[in-house]
Design a protein around this ligand. Structure first.
Ligand SMILES: Cc1ncc(C[n+]2csc(CCOP(=O)(O)OP(=O)(O)O)c2C)c(N)n1
Ligand SMILES: [Mg+2]
Length: 380
């Protein structure tokens, strides 16, 4: 049985290329976004292709490093590259992204070094990165929680007057990422209410990868997220999450609308989690390999390459150069991961509050004293 209670030939779904990368004609669904795709240059296409390939390679390296005992866990984005790169490249520098834990492709587009992602899953860098360095918030493992963080941040952006000024450097949008499972959380639904009633500059980006660990879509909702958002007063768009042109175009428009003061949009990117939920999961226990094979044919990189070859956006030399770069990035981050120093343990107390906090300070002192009690006994 194919999961997902609405099929992927839904006429409401925005698509620009088919599974082979052949450009599709104008439809009522894709028409509002067609001009954005028309304006994309060969250079844009090459940038997106490079992102897709590098991100997949970084992900494969994360998976391998976990299997070799270098990481505690790795949640693979395999299959979701187009959804994430389309969203990531539609963001502007001043925009702010609030990810879950699988958004390695968005992290890449924001400029977060992949080494930081590895360090987080190695457990050596206390959360991973400085959120404000790239306007990319920390990974959030508590499902749906980041939707409320994003709603609050977006309400703040609006209160600061950084919406609808017409200044392209100032007007700011916020993007919140979660999965199909996340839509069942209270936090998610509360965030929709806040964003709607405040007309906050927030784009909800739902990667419907069909599964929430072992739970299929029909355990999460009876009305798909893009339709349900309309009941909250938020326009909902369904996009083919494996079509990089479509995800980019839909995100561009939603973010532009948010920045110009038109309020929130919800985007449901219809995609598929090709791998396990995380390295701790075995999906053969709950889904069929036939289903996975159907989605393999919709592979986003194959699609993008087909499109580029058909339109002369890249030649063999370009595609080979991207593969070489992917090998280099993989070698670099592997080496970085294997040589990461363990942190000084008390540093885990340092970034809990902005200012010193007496309870945290007492806990830190107790922790340090406890560890010092082992000196001379082979302890640290
Ligand atoms: C509040 C909360 N409940 C349960 C979990 C356990 N959990 C981790 S991932 C996950 C499924 C999330 O599915 P989805 O939102 O579809 O995201 P995906 O993993 O498919 O990207 C669950 C239930 C959690 N991390 N947080
Ligand atoms: Mg999911």
């Amino acid at each position: 049985m194919i999961t997902g209670h609405f099929s992927d030939d839904n006429p409401e779904m925005v698509q620009f290329v088919d599974a082979n990368g052949t450009r599709l004609g104008i439809t009522p669904a894709n028409e509002p976004y067609a001009s954005i795709v028309e304006e994309m240059t060969s250079e844009d296409a090459r940038m997106i292709y490079r992102d897709l390939v590098l991100v997949r390679r970084i992900d494969a390296e994360g998976h391998a490093l976990q299997r070799q005992g270098e990481l505690g866990l790795w949640p693979s984005l395999l299959g979701q590259e187009a959804a994430q790169v389309g969203a990531g490249r539609a963001l502007r520098d001043q925009d702010y992204a609030f990810p879950g834990y699988r958004e390695h492709g968005v992290a890449w587009c924001r400029g977060v070094p992949p080494e930081n992602l590895l360090g987080m899953f190695r457990g050596v860098n206390n959360g991973g990165w400085d959120s404000n360095a790239n306007n990319f918030h920390l990974y959030t493992i508590v499902i749906g929680n980041q939707m409320l963080h994003a709603a609050g941040y977006a309400m703040g952006v609006k209160a600061d007057g950084a919406v609808g000024t017409g200044d392209p450097e100032r007007d700011t949008a916020v993007m919140a990422f979660t999965g199909d499972g996340g839509t069942a959380q209270g936090d998610y639904n509360e965030a929709l209410v806040f964003a709607s009633v405040t007309s906050a500059p927030l784009v909800f980006f739902i990667q419907n990868n069909q599964w929430a660990i072992s739970e299929p879509n029909d355990k999460q909702f009876t009305i798909p997220p893009y339709q349900r958002s309309r009941g909250f007063g938020i326009p909902g768009v369904l996009v083919d999450g494996n079509d990089p042109l479509a995800t980019y175009a839909v995100c561009r428009k939603a973010l532009d609308d948010a920045r110009s003061g038109q309020g929130p949009t919800l985007i449901e990117a219809y995609t598929y989690r090709m791998g396990a939920h995380t390295t701790s999961d075995d999906p053969t226990k709950y889904r069929s390999s036939a289903e996975v094979e159907i989605w393999r044919d919709k592979d986003p990189i194959k699609r993008m390459r087909g499109f580029m070859e058909e339109h002369g956006h890249g030649d063999d030399e370009f595609f080979a150069a991207v593969d070489t770069e992917a090998d280099e990035v993989a070698a670099r981050i592997r080496h970085a991961c294997q040589t990461m120093p363990d942190p000084e343990l008390p540093t885990m107390f340092d970034d809990i509050y902005v200012d010193d906090h007496p309870v945290v300070a007492a806990e830190k002192a107790e922790f340090v004293a406890y560890h010092e009690s082992f000196v001379g006994e082979g302890g640290h």
